[in-house]
Write a protein of this length. Structure first.
Length: 103
């Protein structure tokens, strides 16, 4: 009669690894905030060079749209790397069990 594989004991979370990953993510996002402000400023400068008069609502919308687009894109991509560095991807790949089988 076939026997099921025993369920290995679950290891606790690696808090040191997660703390290092979160610190790197915060540092990365601080740089991306600065980059998003620079890129939004460049977008407004490019619009100013077009020769058309810039209205306040256009400047605000352009700045917010470009800055938030850069932040959301880099933030989501950073979260992909964060989940890998903290070990969540490994946990999900094994169905919530820490064993040596690879799916």
């Amino acid at each position: 009669m076939p026997r099921h594989d025993p369920v290995p004991p679950r290891r606790g979370p690696d808090y040191e690894r997660a703390a290092v990953a979160w610190a790197k993510y915060r540092k990365f996002m601080a740089r991306m905030i600065l980059l998003s402000v620079i890129v939004a400023g460049l977008a407004i400068a490019w619009l100013a060079l077009s020769g058309e008069p810039l209205r306040l609502h256009m400047v605000i919308a352009t700045f917010a749209g470009v800055a938030l687009m850069v932040l959301v894109g880099t933030g989501l991509m950073g979260l992909v790397f964060l989940s890998n560095r903290t070990g969540h991807d490994e946990d999900a790949a094994h169905g919530g069990q820490d064993d040596d089988r690879h799916i």
